[in-house]
Structure formats: C-alpha cells, structure tokens
Design a protein around this ligand. Structure first.
Ligand SMILES: *Cc1c(COP(=O)(O)O)cnc(C)c1O
Length: 497
C-alpha cells in the first residue's frame, strides 16, 4: 500500500495509514502527516445532505485510502451507533445568539470520545492486516483522554492500554472515572509530575530502541492513543463539517459563507482537525484558539515565539493545563511548506532550549488561519455565571474559556458567524461550575452534581452519576522516571500471564 504518511521531521520515514495508526508516533519523534493533504478536496456541498455517519465514512476513506469501503463502514458503525446519548453524535445548539457544538455526548462525557471511539476500531482493522502481534497503548492524559481511551480499548482483542495521569493534576471526577475502569487489558497509573512530564516521558518511551527490542522479542509493540496518533485526529475532522451543515440547514448561513470556529485548546488536536477540514475545502474564516492561564499558544500566535519556560498554572480547566502543545508541530509542517528539516530543527530547539521562534513567513501563514485569546479562572467563572443567568445554559469551564475568548473576538470581527466547541459536560467539573454560578458549599463532588442538577435542571449524565457506586481498581502510583520500567512489566504481565 502507498506510504502516504511521513514523519514531520523526516520524509524518508514513510508508512501506510494502517501502519501509521499502529505505530502512533514516528521513531524519530516526529508525528505522521499526510504529505499531500493540501491537494485533497472533500465533496463539501454533497456532504450537506449527509448523516454524521455518512460524512465520517467519506472523511475516513479520503484520509485513509488503505482501508476498504467495508472496513470504513464497519468502523463507523461500531464506533458511533448507540454509543452516544444523542443520536446526532455532536448536536449544534443555538443558545441566544451563540452557536454551541456539543461534543460531549459520548460514553465519558468529553470530546475525546469522538476520536477514541474510532481509534480502537481503526487499530483492530490495522492489526488484521499486520497480523500476529500484541499492541500496548500508552497514553498520557490531562484528564479526559485517559478515560475515553480506556473505554474505547476495553476488552479489544490483542490490545492492552496503560494510562498515565498527573497525580493531583486532574479533577476528582476525572480520576474516579479512570481508576474504576474494569477489564483485564487496562492499567491506570498516577505519576508525580504534571501532564507535560507524562507526555514527554511517553514520547521518550516510544523512542527507546532497546525497550522496543525487548518487547518485540515478546511480540509486543507500543502505540499511542494521544492526539499524536492520526487515527484519533482524523475522526475529529467530521464534526466541523457537520457543524457547518447544521448552520446552513438552520438558515444561519448560506452555503459557501465562511465562518469562525472557537476551540478551547491544549494539545492542538481538536483545532488542528478543523484546519484539516479547511484545507480540504470547508469554508472557514478563522480558527480562534482559546487558552486558559497557560497561554503559551496565545503568545506564539502573537509573535511566533514558542516558549515553554514559564510558570505552569493549575486551573479550573485542567484538560488545557498544557505547555507543550504537540500537534502544533503538524501545523508548522504544513505552514513551513512541508520542510521536515526545518521542523526537526525547531523541535530540537524546543527540547534543548525550551523555546523556538518560527520564520516570519511561517508566522504570517499561521496567522492567516488562526488567532489566539486567553482568559484566567476568574473570567472563566464569570462567563459560566453570566451565560447561565442570561440563557439558562450551563457550560463546563473549558467551554467557558472558548465562550469568553469568542465574545472578545467578536468585538473585533462582527462580520463572520462563529461556532464555539463545547468539549465537556459541566458535570465532569461540577464543583467548579456550581461555585461559579451559586458560590461555594462544603460538599463532595457527587453532592455538587446533585445540587447543580436541582438548581439548573440540567441532567446529570448516567456514566457520571453511576461513578459513585463503583469500586476503585487501579492504585498504581510511581515516579515519572519509572514510567518506562512500569510499561515493560505491565505489558509482559498483561499479554503473557
Ligand atoms: C482535551 C481537552 C481539551 C483540549 O483539546 P486539545 O485537542 O488537546 O487541544 C479541551 N477541553 C476538554 C474538556 C478536553 O478534554
């Protein structure tokens, strides 16, 4: 099959779609990109009459041409049918004059489900083609990826999953969702450190050749469920097109009109998928990249300097507490004119000096499609409260960041319509949301959930409500330097005992 996926850092590392999904990240630390992406066009106008599932099939077939039509249809069916609490998968609501794309109706109540319901399906098909091996998925999580990946890979044949989360770096509800996971192929481990430590060490494990050889001897290979895996990124392209279709259908825009998307951003996976849709023809004016107090992307979009040497803040939007935004590397690849040597050099500077500055022409091209904004915890809480008082709609703290940044942006550009992406159920962050609207109470998170429901009438999602009754099954806790050894032991035990 055609080797259309190449490393952002070296074009001679080239794989087919299936191979790239199985591998997760290139051996030189680069991310896999479809080199010819800018030459592809989706039939956007035809897609305006399609269901979410039909759209998903077209997107997958276009970006993963080594999957057969039957394989794609089977993956879409298994990933989405009856797995989401809303049959539209990602419904678009108009609240007052704000367009909200709700991405949190999957089994774990955050947008990560859209990608992580699909990735295991794609991986299973890829394993059928490349037979005879077991795969251990490694995942670093800032809170939401972990549970979505655990759910997605639960009891999938020949695949095991290990999730690392920063101890004290996730909300208690997020932690409980993960540590109560069942299944014999799941492992959850807290590390002393923050999300960046977890993500960097996972990337290092992928580059550890000796570890790979020892595992290979046991017929085990490692892969990733983070958004560095293209199999997770590609499914996220679909909801941008779906949102556009809904805007047209509801008469908010005419077909062809360009709109903005405002995206609460951490690792740049969500917003990059939107940019992929734009490259393939979706009429988008700007992507508004919304950050919390960890505003490294805001600074980058201003002057082209990416500098992670800065204080790390723990905020009430923990899934965005990230200073090393992995998928920016893919964007820079395209915006540099696909200059792999240049990207390899930037990433080397980031690793060695903690910072890099992009060329002016690269920054100009980035700015043509993206602009940034940020807001702190106080402004975020104010946004949750004010929007609730105005409309009765309850936003989670990540969505609220997008809301605030979008409203600020609309002052500057009132001409284009904007859609904001809502990335989590407010109940995942019930204490922060309740406190923002009604003030502090001395209660645990489940009592906060109940109170929030009583006062607002917004329904608690079943998977979160039932969490209270579940037994804790995972209690591992290790130092961040022990992650490699931990993976080796876990993988060998899981597949050979
Ligand atoms: C992961 C996450 C984000 C950030 O998404 P990226 O793809 O990492 O930019 C925002 N909000 C929530 C609720 C998340 O779980």
């Amino acid at each position: 099959m055609e080797k259309i996926y190449t490393s952002t850092r070296n074009k001679t590392i080239a794989l087919s779609g299936k191979e790239a999904i199985l591998k997760g990240i290139a051996e030189d630390g680069g991310l896999f990109v479809y080199d010819g992406l800018d030459t592809l066009q989706l039939p956007i106008q035809d897609m305006m009459d399609m269901s979410y599932e039909e759209m998903a099939s077209i997107v997958l077939k276009t970006l993963l041409p080594d999957f057969s039509e039957e394989e794609v249809i089977d993956c879409v069916e298994k990933a989405y049918s009856e797995k989401f609490s809303d049959e539209r998968i990602t419904p678009l609501h108009t609240v007052g004059n704000t367009h909200v794309l709700e991405l949190f109706h999957g089994p774990t109540c955050a947008f990560k489900d859209v990608g992580l319901r699909m990735l295991p399906q794609l991986m299973s098909k890829s394993l059928q083609t490349h037979k005879g091996r077991d795969v251990m998925i490694l995942t670093a999580t800032s809170g939401d990826t972990g549970k979505a990946a655990l759910e997605g890979f639960l009891d999938v044949d020949n695949i095991g999953i290990t999730v690392f989360y920063p101890d004290n770096g996730v909300s208690n509800i997020q932690r409980l969702q993960m540590v109560t996971t069942e299944g014999d192929n799941t492992c959850v481990c807290a590390i002393e450190g923050n999300f960046d430590d977890a993500q960097s060490n996972v990337k290092k494990i992928f580059q550890d050749k000796e570890l790979a050889e020892r595992l290979n001897a046991c017929n085990i290979q490692l892969s990733s469920a983070n958004s560095i895996n293209i199999g997770r990124l590609i499914p996220q392209v679909v909801y941008y097109i779906y949102a556009y279709k809904e805007m047209v259908k509801k008469g908010d825009i005419v077909f062809g009109e360009r709109i903005n998307f405002c995206v609460p951003t951490g690792n740049y996976g969500n917003v990059l998928a939107g940019y992929y849709a734009k490259m393939m023809g979706l009429p988008v004016h700007k992507f508004i990249v919304a950050s919390n107090a960890n505003n490294v992307l805001f600074d980058f979009l201003k002057d082209g300097v990416y500098d992670r040497k800065r204080p790390f803040y723990k905020t009430i939007s923990p899934s965005m507490d990230i200073l090393i935004s992995s998928n920016l590397e893919r964007l820079l690849y395209y915006k540099s004119g696909k200059d792999a040597a240049y990207i390899a050099d930037l990433m080397k500077q980031l690793e060695e000096k903690g910072a890099y500055k992009v060329r002016d022409d690269v920054l100009e091209r980035v700015k043509a499609d993206f602009c940034g904004g940020y807001c702190d915890d106080k402004a975020c809480a104010d946004a949750i409260r004010e929007f609730y008082k105005e409309t009765g709609y309850v936003m989670d703290p990540h969505t609220a960041i997008a809301y605030k940044v979008m409203k600020d942006y609309e002052q500057k550009d009132p001409t284009h319509k904007s859609v904001m992406l809502s990335t989590a159920s407010p109940y995942k962050f019930a204490p922060a949301v309740y406190e923002a609207i009604f003030g502090h109470l001395d209660m645990d998170e489940f009592e906060y959930m109940d109170e929030l429901q009583k006062k607002t009438g917004a329904k608690i999602p079943t998977p979160l409500k039932s969490l209270k009754e579940k037994a804790i099954r995972h209690t591992h806790q290790i130092h961040k330097d022990m992650m490699g050894a931990f993976v080796e032991t876990t993988a060998k035990e899981m597949f050979h005992d």
